[in-house]
Design a protein around this ligand. Structure first.
Ligand SMILES: *Cc1c(COP(=O)(O)O)cnc(C)c1O
Length: 370
């Protein structure tokens, strides 16, 4: 079976370098918040193009700490999309904030600016304090339209960049548009740890200071808590691994883009909808997502040919039992509800072999003829 993603192949591709990095940490005797984390934070901030980066324990933690650093707390309303990893919304649940969902663009799958405007004209929308924009599948949301709307409404803006390491829009990186950018280094992401990890990026020094306190018990100095902090640290081992992987991020993203191009060519004349690129956007293809009216048939045919696929995601967040609260949706979400029935994520990871790619391309090309 050709897998849909392959974290082990990502490790094996850089095994020697990663093994050396792991041994270096083991031998150092220093395992939490040391030189590897500081070095990674500097290197990552520079690749993203923002002033600073702070390593934390996961992408979900990054979102929670970003919200808390911006002063969002229990009872506050925060706008986001329902077509996302549930983690985006779980972070709101952790601090007791209320999500308000807006719809997506049906071809790019990211936040629809006109739906944001519609929400902001409702009473609930006007009460919102912050916005989490998700750069889904590797392409940035329409920040050129979103930022002015958000600023006019006085919203703090957090970018969920968990699927967008290295993505840019008009030359400006994911994580450099809003107040804070949040990344995950879960093993299938474009920049992957071999375990959990995350980071927050930003430009404001006082926010950086606040997040550093929050990630370690609110400690201003050791044993002196000036905030109600938590424990959310990126460990030295993952930081050392991430430093290796970061050097290959651009090449890895280029591999993903080349695979996307070959799928585009195979599907050009088919009835399947290929991912639409936004003008000025550099898409890093965390996922290659097509839309098919008869998705289950296509999925079964790919499976019969030894090709695994996934659906990201089969249900929107507001369709999940835990989040099915009518208060969360002051505006209708027709595109969100339509796309979940049609989307399909094809295999995409940098180490996908030429031969496997050809198998996928030829199976896709056949599909349309029947
Ligand atoms: C992966 C992901 C997260 C959560 O990251 P974790 O490291 O698993 O906590 C958040 N948002 C999106 C869009 C993601 O894809």
């Amino acid at each position: 079976m050709i897998p849909q993603s392959n974290p082990k192949a990502g490790y094996l591709a850089h095994k020697e370098e990663i093994d050396v990095a792991i041994r270096r940490v083991l031998d150092s005797g220093w395992y939490i918040l040391g030189q590897e984390v500081s070095a990674f934070e500097q290197e990552f901030a520079s690749v993203v193009g923002n002033k600073w980066a702070i390593g934390v324990a996961s992408g979900t933690d990054a979102l929670e700490l970003a919200l808390r650093a911006l002063g969002i707390s229990a009872g506050d309303k925060v706008i986001t999309v329902s077509h996302t990893a549930v983690a985006t919304v779980a972070a709101l649940g952790r601090i007791g904030a209320t999500p308000l969902f807006v719809d997506i663009d049906p071809c790019r799958y990211t936040l629809a600016p006109e739906s944001l405007e519609a929400l902001l004209s409702t009473r609930e929308g006007r009460e919102a304090r912050a916005l989490i924009v998700v750069h889904l599948y590797g392409q940035m949301a329409d920040m050129g339209a979103v930022m002015p709307i958000a600023r006019r409404a006085g919203l703090a803006v957090i970018e969920d960049c968990a699927q967008a390491h290295g993505a840019t829009l008009d030359g400006v990186g994911a994580g450099c548009w809003g107040d804070l950018g949040c990344f995950s280094f879960y093993p299938t992401k474009n920049l992957a740890a071999l375990g959990d990890g995350g980071a927050i990026v930003g430009a404001d020094a006082s926010l950086a200071n606040k997040i550093k306190l929050l990630r370690e018990y609110g400690w201003q100095e050791r044993y002196v808590s000036t905030e109600f902090g938590i424990n959310s640290r990126l460990d030295e081992m993952q930081a050392a691994i991430l430093r290796v992987r970061l050097k290959h991020l651009e090449a890895d993203n280029n591999c993903r883009r080349a695979i996307a191009k070959s799928y585009d060519e195979a599907l050009e004349k088919s009835a399947l909808a290929i991912p639409r690129r936004s003008p000025g956007a550099y898409h890093v293809f965390h996922q290659y997502v097509i839309k098919a009216l008869n998705r289950e048939k296509l999925r079964a045919q790919l499976k019969a040919n030894g090709i695994a696929t996934l659906v990201h995601y089969p249900f929107a967040v507001h369709q999940q039992p835990a989040y099915a609260n009518p208060c969360f949706q002051p505006v209708p979400l027709p595109h969100t509800e339509a796309v979940v029935k049609q989307i399909l994520s094809l295999p995409i990871f940098p180490e996908l072999s030429r031969q496997d790619r050809e198998t996928i391309v030829s199976t896709l090309s056949l599909f349309d003829s029947n």
